[in-house]
Each structure stands twice: as C-alpha cells, then as structure tokens.
Design a protein around this ligand. Structure first.
Ligand SMILES: Cc1ncc(COP(=O)(O)O)c(C=O)c1O
Length: 456
C-alpha cells in the first residue's frame, strides 16, 4: 500500500555513504577517451594538468561503490537528504491514476542538483593543494554551485558564463559573486579560444562548448589552477548518484517501486544521478522505463550521431565517444541554458545506444506549459531545464489516464526557477517562441568531426 505522506524524508543518518559507479555493470564496455593528437586512449598523465588525481581515478574506476569522504558528507548535510514529494495535487488536476513522485534537488544552497558534484570536486581539489578552479556555466546553475563549493573549501573560482545566459540571468552572476567567484561572459577576450570566436562572430551568443574551451585554456595557462566540469564526465555522474540512491530508499518507505524514471538531459548528470541506481535494476531484469528528455532545439540524443567528438568548440578536450550534434554547433538561445550542449555524457550515450534509456525531445513552449501547471498545483517554480522532465512526466501521467494504468512515476526535479523569471516573463507575455534546430547547421558541424579509428 502506498504511504499517505506527501513528503517522504530520510534522516541525516540515512544519507548514502557511497556513490554508485555504473561502469562495471554496463551492458557493453565504455569506449575510452582518445587523445586527438595520437589517436590513442588517453592516460592519467594527459588529464593531470587540469584535474586532481583522485577525480581521474574515479573517472576510470571499476569499483561498483566509492566511499563519500566525511568532509563531503558534512557539507551534503546542509541540504541532504533532499525530500521526495508525492505530487498529489498535480495527480488530481490531471485526473490520472498514476502516482507521481518528484525528488526535489532545488533545496540545495545553489538551487539545483549541481552542488552534489561541486562539493566533491572542490574537496578533492583542495586535498591536492589546488588554489583556483576555472569552469564554464550555461544557465548559471553550475557556476553558482561551484562558487558555493569553492567558498566552503577556500578556493578561488573563475566562471565563464555563456553570454546569452549572462544577459538573460544577471542575478545568477550576482549569486556567484556573492559566494566570492569571478564571472565573465563567454566568448570573452581573455582567452585565445574566446578571441577566435569573437573574431569570426562578434555577436556570438556563446555556447557551453565555447565556454568549456575558455575554462580549459584558463586552467592550462594559470599556475595552481585546475578545471572543473559540471556534467558529462564519469566522475560527475558518479557524484550525482546520491540522488537516485536516496530516492530508492524513499520510494521503499512510501511502499512503492518505480515503473518509470524521468529526467532532463543537458550533459546528463542529474538524469544519470537519479536513473543509474534504477538502471542497475533494469539491467538485472526489472521492467522499468528510463526516459531522458532534451530540447528539440538541441536534440543531441534524438538527432545526433554516436561517435567520437570533442567536448568543446576549440578542440582542447580529449575525444569522447558520445551522441553529438558536432562541437561547432551553436544551439538556438532557448531559456533552458543548461540543456544547450552539443554532446552527451559517454555513459548516458552508451546506455541510449544500447536501448536501456529512451530519449525524447520537446519544444520549449510545451515545457513552460507543463512548468506552469506544476507551479500552480505543486507550488514550486521549476527551472526551464527541469520543465523538460516535467513535460514528459505529465505526458506519461496523461497516458495512464487513457489506459487506466496505475503506474508509479519518478522524476528528478533538478532545480528551481527563481533566477529564471525573465523566461517566465517572456512566456507569460506570449513572447517566447519554439526554435527549430537547423538540420543544415548540424550536418555541417558533423562533417567537421575527426575521423577516429575505434580502439580495439
Ligand atoms: C536545473 C538544471 N537541470 C538540469 C541541467 C542539465 O544538466 P545535466 O544534464 O548535467 O543535469 C542543468 C544545467 O545547468 C540545470 O541547471
């Protein structure tokens, strides 16, 4: 029998003590990152200039469980375990027999799931004597999460923020500066990568691919500085699994098992964090739908190709085997800035390719429509990124209404939208539009991909 509770809470003492590493459980081996110069798999020494060694070890670890350090757990306790809510009012509004649960990651100080890895990354950097970290941010959620984490571990933080978001979300920048970080719009004239883009297109709205190039270059050219990525890489997805591990315990307390797990995908971290502990069950035979939701204007999983590509525009990163739209593709300036990324986490890409995870894409107007319905029934105003997951969850619930199925739906409510009011203002004012992505631009970007002989 499902519980009568609306809010399912764990005690601090029930916080997971280990992260779940899906790598050893994968249905096929993960293709290694390739050095663009040699065409060979990269080794730890290639990554050491920009990442601390402990994170490099986690990147390739085959241990199924990795201990969460006490210092990280102590910071997690500022907001974790996060609540799991039953969306009773939404269910009633939709008239669905489905039971909808959402894991609310907006309770973190920065307002999203991003601090789950930011805190871990700041901790490992501090342990290895790093005094400054450079990073990129799309909508500003990752930049603010890392600014917060760096403040706690006494590390300087330099954030390259995608220009269109810098302009759309000025208060995210203030938040970063409040935590002591420096934030500049990308492309900027402070790096070679930024200057090259500006020379070609002085009005470039920026993209995550460009901002990553600037942050990597910054880290490689400044003493005592490392680079930090807020998504995509294995260790980032690993740190996020605390979300799904908690959710599983909370569903158990509620007397439920999930029939579907849903999340939005930019680089894949919040989705993986929620879904991977359930993917483990699916791989051992459980019938469960795992649904990743992306924007139609940046349809990496639904229209991209699964092949080796650079993680950034200026080709500074190793080559990753992933779904990609091409590293030079600049997505339309939709408001879900955190979903405007040309690539996808290699772990996510493999699982989509293996048909363990299903991918869907939505236009932004339909996601805002779902966001408003949630805000007006459940109260919490979602981030535009999260709204994509809520659209798919709403659609699943409406499908249950048609079929009469009493499914248990679990969604990762990855962040609140309190800093996204300009997007809501435009939506409510009827000024927001859907953006069709340019098939020609994607085809051109894919043409520019390096030819890589697959190892092995
Ligand atoms: C609230 C929120 N959800 C989702 C995402 C997408 O990132 P990821 O796919 O790494 O979870 C972002 C990225 O900025 C975000 O801010």
């Amino acid at each position: 029998m499902p519980s009568e509770d609306t809010k399912i809470l764990l005690r601090e003492s029930e916080l997971p003590q280990r992260w779940y590493n899906i790598n050893p459980d994968l249905p096929a081996p993960l293709a290694p990152p390739i050095h663009p110069g040699t065409g060979k798999p990269i080794g730890p020494e290639d990554l050491a200039p920009i990442f601390p060694m402990e994170l490099i070890k986690q990147e390739v670890s085959m241990d199924p469980w990795i201990e969460i350090p006490d210092d990280v757990l102590r910071v997690y306790k500022l907001w974790r375990p996060s609540p799991l809510y039953r969306a009773r009012r939404l269910e009633k509004h939709l008239g669905t027999p489905a039971r909808i649960y959402y894991k609310y990651e907006g309770v973190s100080p920065a307002g999203s799931h991003k601090p789950n890895t930011a805190v871990a990354q700041a901790y490992y950097n501090q342990q290895e004597g790093v005094t400054r970290i450079a990073t990129e941010t799309g909508a500003g959620q990752w930049g603010s999460a890392l600014s917060f984490a760096c403040a706690l571990f006494d590390i300087e933080c330099m954030v390259y923020m995608v220009k269109i978001s810098y302009e759309q979300k000025p208060y995210r920048r203030m938040l970063m500066e409040t935590w002591g970080a420096k934030c500049i719009p990308s492309p900027s004239d402070t790096t070679n990568a930024g200057r090259q883009i500006l020379a070609k297109d002085p009005n470039s709205p920026g993209s995550l691919g460009i901002a990553i190039s600037e942050a990597v270059e910054d880290a490689a050219t400044h003493e005592g500085t490392k680079y930090s990525l807020g998504s995509v890489l294995n260790h980032v997805l690993l740190h996020q699994t605390v979300v799904g591990l908690e959710a599983k315990e909370q569903l158990k307390l509620a007397g439920e098992t999930a029939d579907a797990v849903i999340g939005c995908v930019g680089g894949g971290s919040n989705f993986a964090g929620m879904a991977f502990p359930f993917v483990k069950d699916k791989l051992s035979g459980k019938d469960i739908d795992i649904i990743a939701v992306e924007p139609k204007s940046c349809p990496t999983l639904t229209a991209g190709e699964f092949r080796y590509d650079f993680g950034d525009t200026a080709q500074l990163t190793p080559l990753l085997k992933m779904y990609t739209l091409g590293h030079t593709f600049v997505p339309e300036p939709i408001h879900a800035g955190g979903l405007r990324y040309h690539g996808m986490a290699p772990l996510m890409s493999l699982l989509v390719n293996q048909k363990v995870i299903e991918a869907r894409a939505y236009h932004q107007l339909s996601t805002f429509e779902a966001a408003l319905t949630w805000a007006r029934t459940e109260g919490i105003v979602p981030a535009p990124e999260t709204a994509h997951a809520l659209r798919a969850t709403t659609d699943e619930a409406l499908k249950c209404k048609e079929t009469g199925e009493e499914k248990c739906l679990l969604v990762n409510f990855s962040g609140h939208g309190f800093f996204d009011m300009s997007a809501y203002e435009r939506y409510l004012g009827g000024q927001l539009e859907d953006h069709e992505y340019s098939k020609e631009a994607v085809a051109a970007a894919l043409k520019g991909l390096p030819q890589v002989a697959e190892p092995g």
